[in-house]
Design a protein around this ligand. Structure first.
Ligand SMILES: NC(=O)c1ccc[n+]([C@@H]2O[C@H](COP(=O)([O-])OP(=O)(O)OC[C@H]3O[C@@H](n4cnc5c(N)ncnc54)[C@H](O)[C@@H]3O)[C@@H](O)[C@H]2O)c1
Length: 434
C-alpha cells in the first residue's frame, strides 16, 4: 500500500487493537495467547497447517504449563485466530525459527519469508517487531526485505526521521517450563531502529510485560541476546571440561564443584552430557560468524561442549565391552529436564549413536514422550520402556537428563548396575556394580 504523503505515525499513535503474530511455536504461541488474554485481537500466523489446525481447536501443539488453558480461552473467546497468511493489523510480531546451516551460519530464510509476507499487508503507522534470535545486523536486513517487497513504504533504515513503519528488535529470553510466567515477569531489551521505533514497541510490551523494559538500539539488542547464550555456553563448557579432567584424575566432580563453590567468588555450573536446545547450542555460532577472529573462547566452548557428548558415548561403550550382550538403559532424551523438547539434544544424539550398534539391547526411558522419535522408532533393538522395567533389565544405566521422575528412584534398585550419571542427579557414577 502506498504511503500517505501527509500522515506520519507518532509514538503516541493508535492503540494496538489488532496484533499479528508470525510463527506460533514455543515463543509465538505463548505470546499470542498472552496478548489475547489482555483483550487484544490476535491473528496468529503459521506456515504449518497442522499447527494452525490444532490451535484452531483451542489446543497447544506442544506441552508447556498453563499454555493449553490460555490457548483454549483465547480461541473460544475469538481473541486468537490461527491462520496461514498474515492479515492487516496495527502491529506485527515475528517469532519464526532461525536454525543454523551445516557451516554454522544462520539460516534466515524463515525471517526473510515472514518479512516479505507481512510487507504485502503493511500500512503506514504499523509497528513491526522481530523477536527471533538473529546475528547482529539482521534487523537492518529485515527492513531491506520489507522495503524490497513494498517499495512505496518508507522504512526507518532509509528515512529514520520520518518512516511509515516503525521496526524494532526485541529478543525473547523465556525458559521452557516457565514460559507463561517469564513472558510477563522478565525484563525485555527493546532495540529500536530509531528511538521512536523503540518507544512504540515499548507501548506494545506494556500491554503484558511487568518486568522492566530497557530501550536501546537494534544492533545492541541483537548482540545482547547472543551474548546471554554465549555466556551460558562458555560457563557450561568450563563445567564440562572440569568433569572430563575429574574423570581422568579419578576425582568426584560433583564433590569438587560443591567444594570449589564454597569460595565466595566462585560459581561453577553443573556439567552434563553436552549442551542442547534451540538457543545455547546455536546462538553462539551467530556471534562467532559476526566476528570469527575475535571469538576464540566462544569457539573453544562450542567444541568442548560437543566433545563432552563424545566422551559420554565413549564411556558407555567402554562399559559395554564388559558384557557379552549388554542391555543399556538410557534415561532421558530431551535437551533439559522436565520438558519434551528434543532440539539439538545431546541425550538424543548419544542415544542415536548407541543405537547404531545392533548387537546390544537399548532401553529408553522418557516420561515426557509417548513414543520414540522417528530416528529410533524403527530399530528393533531399541525399546521405549518404563523406569521400573529399565531398572530390572539393564546392565548399564546411563542417566542423561535430570527429569524430576528420575529423582524418585529407589537407590537400592540401582546398586546392582553399572551407573553413568552425567547430570549428578543420583551422584552415583560407578563403572563396577556392587
Ligand atoms: N524456544 C525457546 O526457548 C526460545 C527462547 C528464546 C528465543 N527463541 C528464538 O525464537 C525464535 C522462534 O523460536 P521457537 O522456539 O518459537 O521456534 P518454533 O520452531 O517452536 O516455532 C516457529 C514457528 O514458526 C513457523 N514458521 C516458520 N516460517 C514461518 C513463516 N514464514 N511465517 C509464519 N510462520 C512460520 C513454524 O512453522 C513454527 O511453527 C527463534 O529464533 C529462537 O531462536 C526461542
Amino acid at each position: 500500500m502506498p504511503a500517505s504523503a501527509s500522515w506520519r505515525p507518532s509514538a503516541m499513535d493508535k492503540p494496538f487493537d489488532r496484533i499479528c503474530v508470525m510463527g506460533l511455536g514455543y515463543i509465538g504461541l505463548p505470546t499470542a495467547a498472552t496478548l489475547a488474554s489482555r483483550g487484544v485481537d490476535v491473528i496468529g500466523v503459521d506456515v504449518n497447517e497442522s499447527v494452525v489446525a490444532k490451535i484452531s481447536e483451542g489446543q497447544s501443539h506442544f506441552s508447556e504449563p498453563d499454555l493449553d488453558m490460555l490457548v483454549r480461552s483465547a480461541v473460544s473467546t475469538e481473541r486468537l485466530r490461527a491462520v496461514s497468511e498474515p492479515e492487516p493489523a496495527d502491529a506485527f510480531l515475528v517469532a519464526v525459527p532461525t536454525p543454523f546451516r551445516a557451516d554454522h551460519n544462520a539460516d534466515l530464510s524463515c525471517v526473510e519469508a515472514a518479512a516479505r509476507a507481512i510487507a504485502r499487508v503493511l500500512e503506514p503507522g504499523n509497528l513491526v517487531i522481530l523477536e527471533s534470535t538473529c546475528p547482529v545486523g539482521t534487523t537492518l536486513r529485515f527492513c531491506e526485505w520489507i522495503a524490497e517487497e513494498s517499495p512505496d513504504l518508507r522504512l526507518p533504515h532509509e528515512e529514520p526521521a520520518n518512516p511509515d513503519i516503525n521496526v524494532t528488535y526485541c529478543p525473547e529470553r523465556i525458559l521452557p517450563g516457565r514460559m507463561i510466567l517469564e513472558l510477563v515477569e522478565n525484563d525485555r531489551i527493546i532495540g529500536g531502529m530509531t528511538e521512536t521505533c523503540a518507544r512504540r514497541a515499548e507501548e506494545l510490551y506494556e500491554i503484558f510485560v511487568k518486568g522492566t523494559l530497557h530501550v536501546s538500539n537494534a544492533s545492541t539488542a541483537e548482540l545482547v541476546k547472543l551474548t546471554e547464550n554465549a555466556y551460558r555456553d562458555v560457563n557450561i563448557a568450563f563445567a564440562n571440561e572440569l568433569s572430563m579432567v575429574c574423570e581422568k584424575l579419578d576425582v568426584d566432580v560433583w564433590e569438587a564443584i560443591d567444594l570449589a563453590n564454597r569460595h565466595p567468588r566462585v560459581n561453577i555450573l553443573k556439567p552434563g552430557p553436552g549442551v542442547g536446545g534451540h538457543c545455547i547450542a546455536i546462538d553462539p555460532w551467530f556471534l562467532i560468524a559476526n566476528a570469527p577472529e575475535e571469538t576464540r573462547l566462544m569457539q573453544a566452548a562450542r567444541r568442548v561442549n560437543d566433545v563432552k557428548s563424545h566422551a559420554v558415548l565413549e564411556r558407555v561403550r567402554r562399559q559395554m565391552r564388559r558384557f557379552r550382550e549388554p542391555v543399556v538403559a538410557c534415561l532421558g532424551l530431551s535437551y533439559k529436564p522436565d520438558v519434551d523438547d528434543l532440539r539439538e539434544s545431546p541425550a538424543l544424539h548419544i542415544v542415536e549413536e548407541l543405537a547404531r550398534d545392533d548387537e546390544m539391547q537399548l532401553l529408553v526411558v522418557e516420561p515426557h514422550l509417548k513414543t520414540l522419535p522417528a530416528t529410533l522408532a524403527e530399530a528393533i533393538h531399541v525399546e521405549k520402556v518404563e523406569m521400573n522395567d529399565a531398572l530390572s533389565r539393564a546392565d548399564i544405566l546411563v542417566l542423561l537428563v535430570g527429569h524430576r521422575e528420575f529423582r524418585k528412584v529407589d537407590m537400592r534398585k540401582i546398586y546392582e548396575r553399572v551407573v553413568i550419571d552425567t547430570v549428578g542427579l543420583w551422584r552415583v557414577d560407578r563403572g563396577e556394580p556392587r
